[in-house]
Write a protein that binds this ligand. Structure first.
Ligand code: PMP
Length: 409
């Protein structure tokens, strides 16, 4: 949170009048999901038109089964996005979230060299908060007990992580979104990565740091390189405790991109038989098209085109929140979200007011495991998917709802 001021520009009656006026407009607005807008998707339209040879240079027929870990050229593309070496990366289907679920299935059924998670009475995973609701949903679906740990602005609170891990032997991992974290926007420091590795690398139960690097190249202005966690881990001998994920969902097409998973050679050997039982091979034509597209278009320049489209949206949100002058909010340098923090006990109310005015927001509590934000104060705003005009209207509604919630006491 970078800014926090509190002054009321309007009285409760004035906010109520504004509320009624907005209600009469029958609006239908949505700030829920961090999706690319259609003009962002248009940046990659050439992928659909690219012609790639059916046979690659080694004679492999891209239309057929096989090459389970992905085309070598696409694995290399994945390594450029994730910022690690290409021998660690596999290129899969269209979603990193499904790779996460496949890796979790593997941990439950076979285990990564230790007792399978499914054979354990209770499996817990640390969830830095505020965090990503789909990580929480995955855990809930798998029956994993989630333990929240606070984020600090440069990664999870390490003292708390250590205390919990020392105390609770059911803890087998932690979710991390190391760059432009969803939804806090923070970037993990090298020191924080070292601390996490020292805690999880030393544990004797093959704990997993789920390193979800979803926003690795998603800067709003200059590119900010993130330290490569594998590089740090190798130097300590802890590379087996990291499994990294990423995708081109917010680089090319969210529904038709490429997902990546990266892990040490020994983890690859353990995971491969399980993964091969789940499928026979990824969509290599799409992988080849992505590779060709990024031979013709520089990845970082392409990301700057995204930034030019979405930066004005982040600026608009910030401008409107500044003029509202209530609560506090993040000013992220990349990623897809702004996190608004109200006074304690108001988030639910604000979200319900917004819903009355036709503005959809992610449900209160969705930034926390089991949907429980005890302070009831966090609201995630996702400004990218709508047009600037819609966003302006949405932020007017949001400001009115915040103002009303604050003034109603
Ligand atoms: N991880 C994070 C942190 C995300 O924010 C998102 C998208 N909202 C995803 C994963 C989903 O990625 P994918 O489309 O590759 O499944």
């Amino acid at each position: 949170m970078v800014i926090s001021r509190s002054f009321l520009l309007l009285s409760s009656m004035e906010y109520s009048a504004k509320f009624e006026e907005l209600k009469s407009k029958n609006l239908s607005l949505d700030l829920t999901r961090g999706k690319p807008s259609s003009d962002q998707l248009d940046l990659s339209n050439a992928i659909g038109e690219l012609k790639v040879e059916n046979l690659d240079k080694d004679g492999l027929d891209l239309r057929n089964y096989g090459e389970i870990t992905g085309l070598a050229s696409c694995r290399k593309l994945g390594s450029q996005i994730l910022g690690c070496t290409e021998d660690l990366v596999w290129a899969g289907g269209n979603s990193s979230l499904s790779l996460m679920s496949q890796y979790l299935s593997f941990l439950f059924v076979e285990g990564n060299g230790a007792r399978p998670w499914g054979a354990q009475e209770r499996v817990s995973v640390l969830c830095p908060v505020p965090g990503y609701d789909r990580h929480f949903k995955l855990c809930e679906t798998f029956g994993i007990n989630m333990i929240p740990v606070p984020l600090t602005g440069e990664g999870p609170n390490l003292e708390e992580v250590k205390r919990l891990v020392d105390e609770d032997k059911s803890i087998r991992g932690i979710w991390c979104v190391p760059k432009y974290s969803n939804p806090t926007g923070e970037v993990y420091s090298k020191k924080n990565m070292e601390g996490l590795l020292d805690i999880f690398g030393k544990s004797d139960n093959k704990s997993v740091i789920f390193w979800d690097n979803a926003y690795a190249v998603h800067d709003l202005s200059a590119h900010l390189p993130l330290d490569d966690i594998f590089d740090i881990a190798f130097k300590r001998g802890y590379e087996d405790c990291v499994v990294e994920f990423g995708s081109t969902s917010k680089i090319t097409f969210a529904g038709a991109g490429i997902g990546f998973i990266a892990m040490s050679k020994s983890n690859q050997e353990l995971f491969l038989p399980f993964y091969s039982a789940l499928m026979i091979g990824p969509d290599k034509l799409n992988q080849a098209k992505h590779v060709r597209f990024f031979q013709e278009n520089n990845l970082m320049e392409h990301m700057q085109l995204h930034a030019e489209i979405i930066r004005p949206k982040f600026e608009l949100v910030e401008r409107q929140l500044k003029s509202l002058g209530l609560g506090s909010w993040t000013s992220p340098k990349g990623g897809y979200f702004v996190l608004f923090e109200s006074e304690k006990g108001l988030a639910r109310k604000i979200i319900s007011y917004a819903s009355e005015l036709g503005l959809k927001l992610t449900p209160a509590g969705s930034t926390h495991p089991y949907g429980v934000d005890e302070d009831d104060k966090y609201i995630r705003l996702a400004p990218t998917a709508c047009s600037l005009e819609e966003l302006e209207a949405a932020m007017e509604v949001f400001s009115c709802c915040v103002g009303l919630a604050y003034t109603q006491g």
